[in-house]
Structure formats: structure tokens, C-alpha cells
Design a binder for this molecule. Structure first.
Ligand SMILES: NC(=O)c1ccc[n+]([C@@H]2O[C@H](COP(=O)([O-])OP(=O)(O)OC[C@H]3O[C@@H](n4cnc5c(N)ncnc54)[C@H](OP(=O)(O)O)[C@@H]3O)[C@@H](O)[C@H]2O)c1
Length: 252
């Protein structure tokens, strides 16, 4: 369905966008793209050095009107070292966001990990747990702390990064497939719990050349599009989401 003129004006209004897993890959490219469009980024990952370099890039790419002349080094964005597997770390993030930025308009649950290619019965216990803890419980942790804030004003869009492997099967990546199928089910279930005015979707990003793709595709990952080529399309899709999309399984 084509967005209405009113919806397109709304989509251009600056938004506060929380993206998990912004240190590299799709999350980083999406953060840069959204910042270029004038939106405020709240981001997290576990790698402080990469967050520092991203903050420099976001600040230098923000539109001139957003630059603070009194303090050129200040940024309107907030990047925090947070492991989404830790409920208490996510709680600290939610507190910091409320103190400094207010309730996000959009949340993109992007942080994710994949098992090394292996048959299910050869995947080490810890590795299986890491995939589940990051990809499923990580999203649940974010929703636990941020959804109640959004519910208060019955407004907000949540995007849960799924995968083609959340809708199909593949050998060697069963833990990852299981986690992404879970995200599809969790998103569609939560969609039934949200009030009017809010939406949650699962989003398959297609196939993009990132560290994760290199892990499962090897050197042929370089045949696929870059995160920077992917991000403008993803940003447009995400900014155009509306309550009519609640419960949808979408693809960039
Ligand atoms: N690339 C593709 O073709 C493709 C296809 C389908 C779906 N996806 C999905 O798209 C999303 C992004 O994938 P990608 O390809 O960009 O992967 P990537 O290059 O491996 O990046 C993953 C990101 O997630 C962060 N992350 C991982 N574990 C985390 C944790 N415990 N806490 C916080 N952040 C964490 C990483 O940051 P740190 O390591 O610094 O914490 C990194 O920023 C994932 O959900 C993935 O499943 C990707």
C-alpha cells in the first residue's frame, strides 16, 4: 500500500531510533544512514572502540542544523556498551535512554550471531546457547524494558531482524535457523498483544556481505551487496512502517 501524503510528512519528522548491534555490519550501516537523514541514534554493542569510531562518524554526518556550535564535539546520539544477552545491562540502557533521549519512536532489534557451520549435534553447547541467548533472549530483554515505555503513549514501531532462514531451512546453521523462526513467532505473537497505534514486524534483510555472511558463505560472501548499499532501502522501508504493518513478515 502506498503511503499517504500525511504519512510521508510524518516519516520525515526527526525520530529517535534505537538500533542494537551497531558496531559493524547491517546495524552500523543503518545507524549511519538514519543519522544522515537527521534522526537521533541510540545504539549498542559490546565493542567500545567500534562504538567510539561510529559516534565520530555519526556526529560528522549529522545535518549542520544539528551541530551544537557551543560544543562542536557534542553529539545528539547515544551509543552504549551493552550486551543484549544481559537483562540487567539492557535495564541500564533503558534508564540512560529515558534520562537523556526519551522514549524511542522506533526500535530495530538487529544484534545477532550465528553458529559456526556445523551439524546440530556437533555444535558445542556454549555456542548453541550464545545463539539463543543473543538472537531470542536479547530481543526479549529489549522488549521487556522498552515496550512498557512505548505502551504508555501507545506509539512505537519495533523491527525484529529475522532472516530468510527464519522462513526456510538450511544445513549447518540449525541453531541460527531455530532462533530466527522463534523471532518470527515471537513477533507475530507480540503483535497480538500491542494496542492500536503500535506495530511490531519481523524483517528479513536479504543477503548482505557482512562478517556474519562470511562465517556461513566463506569467500563467496563478497559476491553480495555491501551493508552501505543495503542501508538506504532498509531505512526507507523502516521509516514507512505503520500500524497497518503490525504482525507482518517483511523483506528488504
Ligand atoms: N548479513 C546477512 O546477509 C543477514 C541475513 C539475514 C539476517 N541477518 C541478520 O541481520 C542482523 C545483523 O547481521 P550482520 O550480518 O550485520 O551481522 P554482523 O556483521 O555479525 O554484526 C552483528 C552485530 O551484532 C552485535 N552483537 C552480537 N552479539 C551481541 C550482543 N550479545 N550484544 C550486543 N550486540 C551484539 C555485534 O556487535 P559486537 O560484536 O561488537 O557486540 C555486531 O554489531 C542479525 O540479526 C542477522 O541475523 C543478516
Amino acid at each position: 500500500m502506498a503511503p499517504t501524503a500525511a504519512a510521508m510528512v510524518m516519516n520525515r519528522a526527526p525520530k529517535t531510533i534505537l538500533i542494537t548491534g551497531v558496531s559493524r555490519g547491517l546495524g552500523r550501516a543503518l545507524a549511519v544512514e538514519m543519522a544522515k537523514k537527521g534522526h537521533t541514534i541510540i545504539g549498542c554493542s559490546r565493542a567500545q572502540d567500534r562504538l567510539n569510531s561510529l559516534l565520530d562518524e555519526l556526529s560528522s554526518s549529522q545535518p549542520p542544523q544539528d551541530n551544537n556550535k557551543n560544543n562542536p564535539s557534542s553529539s545528539k546520539h547515544l551509543l552504549m556498551k551493552v550486551d543484549v544477552r544481559s537483562d540487567s545491562s539492557v535495564q541500564v540502557l533503558a534508564r540512560a535512554v529515558m534520562e537523556t533521549k526519551g522514549i524511542p519512536d522506533i526500535i530495530v532489534n538487529n544484534a545477532g550471531t550465528i553458529n559456526r557451520n556445523n551439524k546440530l549435534w556437533e555444535v558445542p553447547v556454549e555456542e548453541f546457547d550464545t545463539v539463543i541467548d543473543t538472537n531470542i533472549k536479547g530481543i526479549a530483554n529489549i522488549l521487556r524494558h522498552f515496550l512498557p515505555l512505548m505502551l504508555g503513549r501507545k506509539q512505537g514501531i519495533i523491527v525484529n531482524m529475522s532472516s530468510g532462514w527464519g522462513r526456510s531451512a538450511a544445513a549447518q546453521v540449525a541453531p541460527y535457523c531455530a532462533s530466527k523462526w522463534a523471532i518470527e513467532g515471537m513477533s507475530r505473537s507480540v503483535a497480538k498483544e500491542l494496542p492500536d497505534g503500535m506495530a511490531i514486524v519481523s524483517l528479513s534483510p536479504g543477503v548482505v556481505n557482512t562478517d556474519m555472511l562470511a562465517s556461513c558463505f566463506g569467500s563467496s560472501a563478497s559476491l553480495y551487496r555491501t551493508p552501505e548499499a543495503w542501508a538506504p532501502k532498509a531505512a526507507t522501508l523502516i521509516l514507512n512502517l505503520s500500524v497497518a504493518d503490525n504482525g507482518a513478515s517483511l523483506t528488504v
